[in-house]
Design a protein around this ligand. Structure first.
Ligand code: SAH
Ligand code: SF4
Ligand code: F3S
Length: 485
């Protein structure tokens, strides 16, 4: 079996951070005069935004290219979440200098969270940069580009209270044609003390549910079979029909307010064959109503990303997370009661937050033992300028201690992930085929409702179909099985 695993290639769920991946939008060939190369860092929000940017610039005479050497316009859509994320972008800018030398007319722009955090400072610090646009300024890009065409530098980092890009259909360029992300809100009002997002993304605002449902319906009509609803804190999704002066959504009954539970029900009703996922749920805000709605709809996947950040109540208080260890464990108990043991739960964890003692770190490990997460994204604390923690607390845990604690968290998570996959062995799981396995053209890859990745021989099935897979073996990252009737 080991050989097969190596052949097929497995995905390690415990890999430290999706935020360190880079995505480049694929080529468009619609005969536009100028070429846009766009590289995205950070979270799914940024990847989603890049598709909105491509959509806006499509109407301005730009086709995307995945070859930077061909580009007239190079955009880096950046992340500020940890110092390392920003350093990666700075290093990349130095590499881009060599392309610009060969092609001096190449325009270089910084988008996203680093643009918002550093604003005009970026123009001073990185001479190669011509254009800086924050996450709420993408509609202004045509104007900013023409400013650079005229020989000026261009900056727009205004944050909006309303912008959701709700009316812009993102061009789904790097798509597998089966799964897609739909942004349902922007910004964050939480002010977790370690986090830069409220500063880079601004105030929280929810997108019009009519446009969300229309986008889900359109994706389904085009053959997509799964949507993931995206927001920094999806449980605080809120849309007032009266406030927004719109006709009420019929299916929401008498409610004037559409909350997150109402929204997932509406999206689930688009079609029973459209799977619904969402991220991120906040432990202080997730309601039993959401859990009961998940239970009610077969097509809402039984998987919740519920970042704990720490297992210690004093640290959680300092983090300004709005819950303590007991509250968190109660939420997990509700999930288990309402959705059963099979509902996947994942977390984010931060090691070595300001003043964290060895005993408090142990609390994180024991919380992990109690919850037994399916997956986790794990980080060591990185102080971000301007955040509450940077102002109030000393970043006083030595790097080697942070790293050792992180290692302990990762090791524990790996064993729990393996345990969860082992529990699936011998069961039959409904899997949506998302595409070919990364390493074997003879195998499909897809996910179970609980978000476990399964790999199995293709038979005569097609991408986008649901199949029942008998799980025969596993690693900590992947289930291996065969299609059964
Ligand atoms: N809105 C989501 C998280 C968005 S950021 C939530 O509330 O959970 C993704 C993850 O990055 C966070 O969950 C946190 O674990 C991590 N993170 C954020 N700021 C960080 C920092 N300063 N240092 C290390 N990790 C951080
Ligand atoms: Fe950051 Fe907290 Fe908002 Fe998540 S909820 S984006 S961690 S401030
Ligand atoms: Fe990074 Fe901004 Fe997302 S800081 S994680 S790209 S919201």
């Amino acid at each position: 079996m080991k050989n097969l695993i190596e052949d097929i290639g497995l995905i390690e769920p415990t890999e430290v951070e999706a935020c360190e991946t880079v995505k480049v939008l694929e080529d468009q060939h619609t005969g536009k005069a100028r070429k846009l190369y766009i590289e995205s860092y950070g979270c799914q929000m940024n990847f989603s935004d890049s598709e909105i940017v491509a959509s806006i610039l499509q109407n301005e005479g730009f086709d995307t290219t995945s070859d930077i050497a061909q580009a007239d316009l190079v955009f880096l859509n950046t992340c500020s979440i940890r110092e390392k994320a920003e350093q990666t972008v700075r290093n990349r800018l130095h590499q881009i200098q060599s392309y610009k030398k060969k092609k001096p007319e190449m325009m270089v722009g910084i988008l996203g969270c680093m643009a918002e955090r550093l604003k005009t400072k970026l123009l001073e610090e990185e001479k190669i940069v011509d254009l800086v646009a924050g996450p709420d300024a993408y509609r202004d890009l045509p104007k900013l580009i023409s400013q650079v065409d005229d020989g000026d530098k261009a900056v727009n980092t205004f944050l909006s209270r309303e912008e959701t890009y709700g009316d812009i259909t993102p061009v789904r360029l790097n798509s597998n044609g089966v799964t897609a992300f739909i942004s349902i809100m922007r910004g964050c009002d939480n002010m977790c003390s370690f986090c830069v997002v409220p500063f880079t993304r601004g105030r929280e605002r929810s997108r019009d549910p009519h446009s969300i449902i229309a986008e889900a319906q359109d994706l389904f009509n085009r053959g997509f079979r799964e949507v993931t609803l995206l927001g920094q804190n999806v449980d605080s999704y809120k849309w007032s029909e009266v406030e927004n002066n719109k006709a009420r959504l019929e299916k929401a009954g008498a409610e004037k307010i559409i909350n997150f539970a109402n929204l997932i029900a509406l999206v689930a009703e688009v079609h029973p064959d459209l799977r619904v996922r969402f991220s991120t749920s906040h432990p202080k805000d997730i309601t039993d109503e959401v859990l009961y709605t998940m239970a009610q709809y077969e097509n809402i996947c039984k998987y919740i990303h519920l970042p704990a950040q720490s297992g210690n109540s004093r640290i959680l208080e300092m983090m300004n997370r709005g819950y303590d260890r007991e509250w968190y464990l109660k939420k997990v108990a509700s999930i288990r009661t309402i959705l059963g043991e099979d509902c996947g739960i994942s977390s984010d964890m931060i090691s070595g937050f300001c003043s964290e003692t060895e005993a408090e770190h142990q609390d994180t490990l024991t919380l992990m033992d109690l919850v037994q997460y399916d997956y986790a994204y794990m980080f060591s604390y990185s102080e971000r300028p301007g955040t509450l923690a940077a102002k109030k607390y000393a970043d006083d845990i030595p790097v080697d201690v942070k790293n050792r604690r992180l290692e302990e968290i990762i090791t524990k998570q790996r064993s729990h992930s393996h345990l969860h996959h082992q529990k699936d062995v011998g069961t039959t799981q409904r899997v949506l085929i998302e595409g070919e396995s990364k390493k074997s053209t003879a195998h499909w890859q897809g996910r179970t409702s609980a978000n476990h990745v399964a790999v199995f021989p293709k038979e005569n099935k097609k991408k986008g179909e649901y199949v029942n897979v008998l799980i025969e073996s596993c690693t900590s990252g992947t289930l291996l099985g065969k299609i059964v009737n």
